[in-house]
Design a protein around this ligand. Structure first.
Ligand code: NAD
Length: 504
């Protein structure tokens, strides 16, 4: 394993980002005045400082979003006006890419180059949402007889509470917010307490472009203090959550008590199935990329591979060799591919999963022990072999740079193993035989199935999970519709036949 250190001077001139909440068009501290420092996981220094919000702050934010929705003007803006603002926001993000990437890198521990890619990708999400704002439309039915015209309109669902996790903070928010705004909704956002920086920077951009007050409100703080009221408050019409299946299930139950609309993007245990006729080099590369990208702290992480038994030994050897070359280290070093784990708790989960795999008879083929450094939480690329489908490491999300290797004898068995978890977020199949690829793509129960590739994405294609990986879809051409309600308007033409005549 190669461990890289970055130039120590880079951080000498870094001033921690001091963020403020955004409530009703004003930058605010919490009513309690409490603030918290974010200590960067890779460097052990304060990288950000944020208000430690409370339920009263959340209440003010929801009320502001409610008023902005009920009294306008945002929902009454034309689609063009909304789209124009979304494009300005996209430009605003583009202009602050370096600054946003830096705080994303320091707070998450992910490599700066990857953080930069994430922020640039967001610009495209906002632009795509702007295009959908202009094309959102309803339906008309001119086939209901001479006396009837049916019109189905879409109207914004109202106030949307958005709760986001720490692994791709600004990307995940950008999968939600611009589409909700395009629909004419207003929003209250609670970013993860570990990674609030880029969301608060976005708040500054929203103010600069002149988004009307109360349309977007941002409250920072803990899930129990701030997230919970956003879910249960009567004035929130919809909850859009990305995070763990554990918290997502709780949120769905809470929101369900008041029959709020809910959208959930949750965990995954995503298989890549490798057949003997695969493009070998490409498959090896995609396996390594798929599991070590973002240090495996990725809902879409390709955390298990199912390899045909005839090629398993050779294929796994090649994956081990390639994984050994993945550079680990300070996320500020330009060549680092695997940075720091987000926090001690996540490191303990990863180490626990590796320990449990060993206890259950699996064999660690690479890595498996944290890198001893003065600073930072580094787990090297880890590969666990001899994994059986019933083992915990084959079924549970690890959310770290840990690959499980399973083998199969035939296509049907591979598809069965692929489907044999509670998750269904994504999967990949590697073969030159189009029949095998199509059959697997059809039979695997996952929201995305990649064929001869992995982790490709584009805003045009919907994203979301089957089973306990979530509810609903983000992105794609229907992304704005998810933030609308349909309303039927039935128009009568001419004289209406009396009820008394019909029922005589
Ligand atoms: P998490 O579920 O612990 O927290 C997510 C958010 O929910 C945070 O903002 C947190 O403060 C908040 N929260 C916690 N308890 C809450 C409560 N009781 N009420 C309201 N809000 C509450 O997840 P995490 O650890 O931040 O992120 C990692 C998880 O997210 C992984 O399981 C991963 O698979 C999942 N994830 C899924 C996707 C996807 O799109 N499918 C994307 C990224 C991450």
């Amino acid at each position: 394993m190669t461990f890289l250190k970055a130039d120590e001077n880079i951080l000498k001139s870094y001033a921690p980002f001091r963020g403020m909440m955004l409530i009703n068009g004003e930058f605010r501290d919490s009513v309690t005045g409490a603030r918290v420092d974010r200590i960067g996981p890779a460097h052990g220094i304060v990288v950000g400082n944020y208000p430690d919000g409370c339920a009263e702050d959340a209440e003010m934010a929801i009320n502001a979003a409610r008023t902005a929705f009920d009294k306008g003007p945002w929902p009454s803006f034309t689609a063009k006006e909304r789209a124009d603002l979304l494009i300005k926001i996209a430009d605003g993000i583009a202009a602050r890419t370096d600054e946003m990437a830096m705080i994303e890198c320091l707070e998450t521990g992910k490599p700066l180059a990857q953080a930069r890619g994430e922020v640039s990708g967001c610009v495209d999400l906002w632009r795509y949402a702007a295009s959908l704002a202009r094309t959102l439309h309803g339906e008309s039915y001119n086939s209901l007889g001479d006396g009837m015209l049916g019109v189905v309109v879409r109207q914004p669902v109202g106030v949307v509470s958005m709760i986001t996790p720490w692994n791709f903070p600004i990307w995940i928010l950008s999968q939600k917010l611009p589409f909700a705004l395009a629909a004419g909704c207003t929003a209250v956002i609670k970013p993860s307490e570990f990674t609030s920086g880029t969301t608060l920077m976005l708040g500054e951009i929203l103010q600069q472009v002149g988004l009307p007050k109360g349309v977007v409100n941002i409250v920072t703080g803990l899930g129990t203090n701030v997230g919970s009221p956003l879910v249960t408050h009567d004035s929130a019409d919809m909850v859009s959550f990305t995070g763990s299946t554990r918290v997502g299930t709780h949120i769905a139950a809470e929101a369900g008590r008041k029959l709020k609309k809910v959208s959930l993007e949750l965990g995954g245990k995503n298989p890549q199935i490798i057949f003997p006729d695969c493009d070998w080099e490409a498959a090896v590369d995609a396996v390594v990329f798929g599991v070590y990208f973002n240090a495996g702290e990725c809902c879409n992480s390709g955390s298990r591979i199912l390899v045909h038994k005839d090629i398993a030994e050779r294929f796994v050897q090649d994956v081990v060799e390639k994984a050994r070359q993945v550079a680990v280290g300070d996320p500020l070093h330009p060549d680092v591919k695997v940075g720091s784990i987000i926090n001690d708790n996540q490191m303990a989960i990863i180490e626990g999963a590796i320990r449990s795999a060993r206890e259950q008879g699996a064999e660690v083929l690479l890595g498996g022990t944290r890198v001893e450094t003065v600073q930072g939480l580094f787990m090297p690329p880890t590969i666990v072999g001899n994994v059986k489908p019933e083992m915990m490491i084959a079924r549970e999300e690890v959310f770290g740079p840990v690959l499980s290797v399973l083998t199969f004898e035939d296509k049907d068995q591979a598809i069965n193993i692929a489907n044999d978890t509670c998750y269904g977020l994504s999967a990949a199949v590697w073969s030159k035989d189009i029949n095998i690829c199509l059959e697997a793509a059809r039979k695997i129960n996952a929201g995305t199935v990649w064929v001869n590739t992995f982790l490709d994405g584009t805003p045009e294609l919907p994203f979301g999970g089957f089973k306990q990986s979530g509810l609903g879809r983000e992105l794609g051409k229907h992304a704005v519709e998810d933030y609308t309600e349909q309303k039927t308007i039935q128009l009568h033409i001419g004289e209406r036949t009396s009820w008394w005549i019909n029922n005589k």
